[in-house]
Design a binder for this molecule. Structure first.
Ligand SMILES: C[S@@+](CC[C@H](N)C(=O)[O-])C[C@H]1O[C@@H](n2cnc3c(N)ncnc32)[C@H](O)[C@@H]1O
Length: 323
């Protein structure tokens, strides 16, 4: 992941720099190819950086290890009872990025699957197709198509005939109105939704540092800029689905990072700190020694970090007596 070291600014003390690493900066905000804007309900346009495929690749193993396996059984049961299941599952993955959700989930579900991969970034969609899974858990074929679109305009009509909607690391970059739109589309179409890896705004280190809380707070404020949900996304999504009569389950899905994840820890740390300093520039002089301490701990194999997320499964009220 060459981009990590490319962020080092010549002349910075000790060769260490805060963030300024394009991949990390794009990444840890967990916000979403050229700069996009998201319109908030007040009509304000919030700039959203693109996602670097290198970052998505770097985080994929940690994401896979974090995803809530406990939500799979209730999902499998619902899918097994779907009318028309014999013709195969149709799964829409929203904000697919390079397609990590499909690579994780497709081999864990039985039966033929057709994945519709949605994103607004054509480069990521291209990568998602080239890296798409080919077989389901029972060896059935998996096919994919892509749809370049703004998922905040998704409708129940577009989901007609779908078996499942998925998304991963997406809800926290949306506004409440946008989450309502997604819940309305899924509920209106009667489609289960698995929304994985929403950030909760909590980070735990095995060795605490007085600056942890201040950086976390500044980062979370930045995540909530405009009226983006950031750490409030999971609650907003639960409420949105619950109000529409869905059965909602939430399960923790924290990243558990340690000595084997030094590259991810470094990229994440730099981006996390960089975003915090953008929110509170007065933190800047204090975070440089902090970053140095943290990177030294990581290099010594002594740093463990838990970055909290939750996965959400929303099962709409069954139609026609299906349980
Ligand atoms: C954090 S990335 C997650 C990618 C992938 N789901 C994963 O878990 O690796 C968020 C993705 O959502 C896409 N995205 C964000 N907002 C979007 C929108 N309004 N319409 C379409 N795609 C969007 C971004 O382009 C990006 O690929």
């Amino acid at each position: 992941m060459a981009e990590i070291s490319e962020g080092d600014v010549p002349g910075a003390p000790g060769g260490l720099v805060l963030g300024l690493v394009p991949s990390a900066r794009k990444s840890v905000e967990n916000m979403g190819g050229p700069l996009s804007t998201t319109k908030t309900s007040g009509g304000e346009a919030v700039e959203v950086p693109p996602y670097a495929p290198q970052w998505l690749e770097l985080r994929e193993p940690a994401d896979a290890a974090a995803r809530a396996h406990d939500l799979l059984d209730p999902l499998r049961i619902r899918l097994a009872n779907l009318p028309g299941k014999a013709s195969g599952l149709v799964i829409h993955d929203l904000g697919c990025g390079t397609g990590s959700m499909g690579r994780w989930l497709a081999p864990r579900l039985d039966g033929a699957q057709h994945w519709v991969l949605h994103d607004r970034d054509p480069d990521l969609l291209h990568l998602a197709v080239t890296r798409a899974p080919r077989t389901a858990a029972d060896g059935s074929p998996v096919t994919v198509e892509t749809e370049r679109s703004d998922l905040t305009e998704l409708t129940a009509e577009r989901l007609a005939g779908a078996s499942l909607v998925t998304a991963s690391a997406l809800l926290d970059v949306l506004t409440r109105d946008q989450v309502e739109t997604l819940a309305e589309a899924c509920s209106g179409a009667g489609v289960p939704a698995l929304f994985a890896l929403s950030v909760l705004g909590r980070v735990e280190f095995n060795v605490e540092d007085p600056l942890d809380a201040e950086i976390t707070e500044a980062f979370n404020l930045h995540q909530r800029r405009g009226d983006l949900l950031g750490p409030d996304a999971i609650t907003a999504a639960c409420e949105a689905f619950d109000r529409r009569g869905a059965s909602v389950r939430v399960h923790p899905s924290p990243w558990r990072l340690g000595p084997d994840d030094a590259a991810l820890i470094e990229d994440w740390l730099r981006g996390w700190i960089d975003v915090a300093c953008e929110q509170r520039p007065e933190l800047t002089p204090r975070v440089e020694p902090y970053l140095r301490r943290r990177l030294a701990q990581s290099a010594a194999g002594e740093l463990r970090v838990r970055v909290h997320h939750s996965d959400l499964l929303a099962l709409p009220r069954p139609r026609g007596g299906v349980s």
